[in-house]
Design a protein around this ligand. Structure first.
Ligand code: GLC
Length: 788
């Protein structure tokens, strides 16, 4: 491994500054106001959409293109005299830049580059209140003489419905309408547009192109468009064809002079709206004000939780980059990135439940709304749709759902975990009284929705009295097909047990004592059963196949041990202490690697029809034995529950994106966010990460940081203080919003233990236990903790 850096964090940590454009994969950022979203890479690549990337795609992106990461929001600069041209974002022209810097900040991205004695700064952002994106371009002439430049902008429109744009080529080539009218390019469909996309600027547009072929020219690419070469566009319109927005501005710069052009791309219902938008955003001051609003929004978001520990990297994750990724996964689930195409699978039901758990401390209102709208995807029987789409919130199943078992055995249960988590954070029991729809259209209060989730699992138990696998469980690829539809999931049994414990507490708090007793009994029964049928001797089995044979047993040839049933045995409180220690040791022995912990071992070396999807991947990729990042924080939680702070921190650190910077020849994806997976030991590219950004790792890591390692855990009655840290840490400070009050907590660890709270002082007064009661009277609470 060589030390390979493509950039680093800014001094205050709020930006990742990329200093080489040729990163191993595009390193991206999400610029979004929750409705309008622009994905932008470190070379200007990416695309945009409005609310739903499937149905309202604004810009095209050619996934898996060669060269990678095309097209994007491009600027071309041409020296009018020499004819030299380049892109200040490096792509698509790829001409050498004397200096290059891409700063991915919190909801904005800024490029600064110098080439041919011209300095270019481009800032991209999406204002909070309008469905547009701004490209603010400043050009400064560094040469001692006056110079003229032709400045081109370029964006390629998509046919709103991104799927037809890909698969119905003969159709889409004949429906676009794109033209220049009074300084603005408008794009719509001939007869069925939901509105218009537009592109405009505050500069004097001297020529334009709306037709891609006219701008680029035959057998050329975005890297060498004929219009740029010539120094002017051909004023083409598109009636059919491939619509684009390309404009050309001629500018003249005296020595050291700077000029700014503000480009605006967006969506509108009526053409006349453009006038007001242009008026509002045509000045640099307005852009600065709008950027400031974005900064303030993020400052207030991040202020809900703040940690100071001896580890700078840990702090960066805790305070900035993990919360930032959590917001992105909450907004877009696993739907849209450079790897998730935003076409097929929609937002995930289970994913949204988990994502909400990573953010409810900062955005409780948004989580409340999300949880209540998710119930639209629950059937009266209690099962739920697997995916849903943002515009209507309505759900569906993926194609591979089994006809006879049209459910995923875990999906519906996540709602219980997410709702109880939200209530513990907010104290808001009223959410349980809210009437919410079922798929069938009938309504019940949220509490009833949760009860039905339990009923569905109880109605679908198999011959070991474990939950039937259904189409799969959390592991989407563990299909376990067979003629009897009899496969069972040990992991869901554990998740079910956790859901029963949660519902037991929740119903007690909700004054439904009989329900609470019933859930307690059910939980005891399931616990006993799992321990009876699913203990393999040193660890827990993962599942039973259709024919009743175990998965994840020492008796199996391959896939002998799976991670999730070990960590969840502890999270769900199924495992007695000695079994917990045994299975955690087995995880350390068989699954731990220097890049993270693998999902199973040994990986399957061939296709097994009775396992299904999981054995479609080569060994070490995806669910077949990769380091599937999502599962790592569960292990960290489990180790914290056992009080082993050293091990928990070891697992945390080796997975953290921060530790991947400097090893980009191996890791490859962005060192500021988690990826879905990292190739496992049995793969030749061991350590290579894939599918960055959209992963449940974000939410669970945030929970690990705040609630398990730092150990500040919301309960219905207050905040429990229970850190589980590396022994080296002597002092920490955590500032946290909890309901209506703010807590400033200092933790001292003079004896260097990893767990154990000796003393809790609130405003100097000693408390009798480690629970901080909610304090509606006092807005600010100073807390001193002594570990020992
Ligand atoms: C993907 C899915 C998630 C699933 C996981 C494991 O990340 O989005 O829902 O649990 O894979 O299969």
């Amino acid at each position: 491994m060589i030390d390979l850096h493509y950039g680093d964090f800014s001094q205050d940590g709020t930006e990742f500054v990329i200093t080489r454009p040729d990163t191993p994969t595009p390193w991206i950022n999400y610029l979004s106001n929750n409705q309008y979203c622009a994905i932008v890479s470190n070379t200007g690549g990416g695309f945009s959409f409005h609310i739903d990337p499937r149905d309202r795609r604004i810009l095209r992106y050619r996934y898996n293109n060669v060269p990678v990461d095309r097209p994007g929001r491009y600027i071309y600069i041409r020296d009018s005299q020499s004819g030299q041209y380049w892109s200040p974002t490096w792509q698509p022209v790829q001409k050498f830049l004397e200096s290059y810097e891409c700063r991915h900040g919190l909801a904005y991205t800024r490029f600064t580059s110098i080439a041919f004695n011209l300095k270019a700064i481009i800032t991209y952002f999406v204002p909070l209140m309008d469905n547009i994106e701004i490209w603010e371009l400043s050009l400064q002439n560094l040469a001692p003489e006056k110079r003229k430049f032709d400045v081109f902008s370029y964006a390629e429109f998509c046919l709103w419905r991104a799927l037809s744009d890909q698969n119905d080529l003969q159709y889409i080539q004949n429906v676009a309408v794109c033209y220049f009218e009074q300084g603005t390019i408008f794009y719509s469909l001939f007869d069925q547009a939901p509105g218009y996309a537009f592109f405009s600027s505050n500069g004097n547009i001297s020529s334009w192109d709306c037709d891609r072929e006219a701008f680029i020219g035959p057998y050329r690419s975005e890297g060498n468009p004929i219009s740029v070469e010539k120094g002017l566009c051909s004023n083409s319109h598109a009636l059919g064809g491939n619509p684009i927005a390309a404009t050309c501005n001629h500018i003249e710069l005296a020595p050291q002079e700077t000029k700014t052009i503000i480009f605006i791309l967006g969506v509108i219902k009526e053409k006349r709206e453009v006038k007001d938008i242009l008026k509002k955003y045509s000045s640099q001051q307005t852009c600065e004000i709008e950027l400031q609003k974005i900064r303030e929004k993020w400052n207030s978001h991040l202020a809900s939780f703040y940690a100071e520990t001896p580890s700078k990297e840990f702090n960066l994750m805790a305070n900035i980059w993990n919360p930032y990724q959590c917001k992105t996964t909450f907004d877009w689930s696993r739907y849209v990135s450079l790897y998730e195409t935003g076409i097929g699978r929609g937002m995930g039901f289970r994913d949204s439940c988990q994502d909400s758990m990573g953010i409810n401390y900062a955005l409780p209102k948004a989580v409340r709304e999300r949880l209540l709208s998710l119930t639209k995807n629950q059937f009266e029987s209690g099962r739920v749709y697997h995916i849903y789409f943002p515009i209507t919130g309505e759900g569906d199943f993926p194609d591979y759902v089994k006809k006879e078992l049209p459910f995923f055995s875990d999906d519906h249960l996540w709602l219980i975990l997410a709702v109880w988590d939200y209530i513990k954070e907010t104290g808001d029991l009223s959410i349980l009284d809210e009437k919410a729809c079922f798929v069938e259209g009938s309504k019940a209060n949220l509490y009833d929705h949760l009860k039905r989730a339990v009923d569905f699992t109880l109605d679908n138990l198999g011959k070991h009295c474990l939950p039937l696998m259904g189409s799969a469980d959390w592991n989407d690829t563990l299909h376990l097909p067979g003629p009897n539809n009899a496969a069972e999931s040990v992991w869901v049994a554990m998740q079910f047990h956790k859901a029963l414990l949660d519902l037991m507490e929740l119903s007690k708090t909700y004054k439904q004592d009989n329900d609470s007793k019933m859930y307690k009994k059910l939980a005891e029964k399931m616990k006993e059963n799992v321990n009876h049928v699913a203990w393999d001797g040193l660890w827990y089995l993962r599942a039973f196949k259709d024919d009743g044979d175990p998965v994840g047993s020492s008796k199996c040839q391959e896939g002998k041990i799976y991670l999730n049933t070990q960590s969840w045995a502890i999270i769900s409180q199924i495992a007695p202490h000695e079994r917990a220690l045994s299975c955690m040791d087995a995880v350390k022995q068989y699954l731990d690697t220097e890049y993270g912990v693998m999902l199973l071992f040994p990986a399957y070396s061939r296709w097994y029809p009775d396992l299904g999807g999981i054995s479609t991947f080569p060994p070490g990729l995806k669910e077949n034995g990769a380091i599937f990042c999502h599962s790592n924080p569960w292990l960290i939680m489990a180790e914290c529950i056992l009080g082993r702070g050293g091990r928990a921190y070891h697992y945390f650190t080796q997975l953290s994106p921060m530790t991947k910077n400097g090893m980009q020849d191996v890791h490859r994806t962005e060192p500021y966010v988690y990826s879905q997976m990292i190739a496992g030991k049995s793969h030749p590219q061991f350590g290579r990460a894939k599918n960055s950004w959209l992963t449940g790792t974000a939410a669970w890591s945030m929970k690990c940081i705040s609630q398990w390692i730092l150990g500040i855990r919301p309960e219905f009655d207050g905040l429990t203080i229970d850190p589980c840290i590396p022994e080296e840490w002597g002092k920490m400070r955590i500032q946290r919003q909890f309901r209506d009050a703010f807590y400033d907590i200092t933790i001292n660890n003079p004896n260097h233990v990893s767990k154990g709270v000796k003393e809790v002082r609130l405003e100097g007064g000693l408390l009798s236990n480690n629970l901080l009661l909610p304090s509606p009277q006092r807005k600010k609470n100073t807390v001193q903790i002594l570990m020992g």
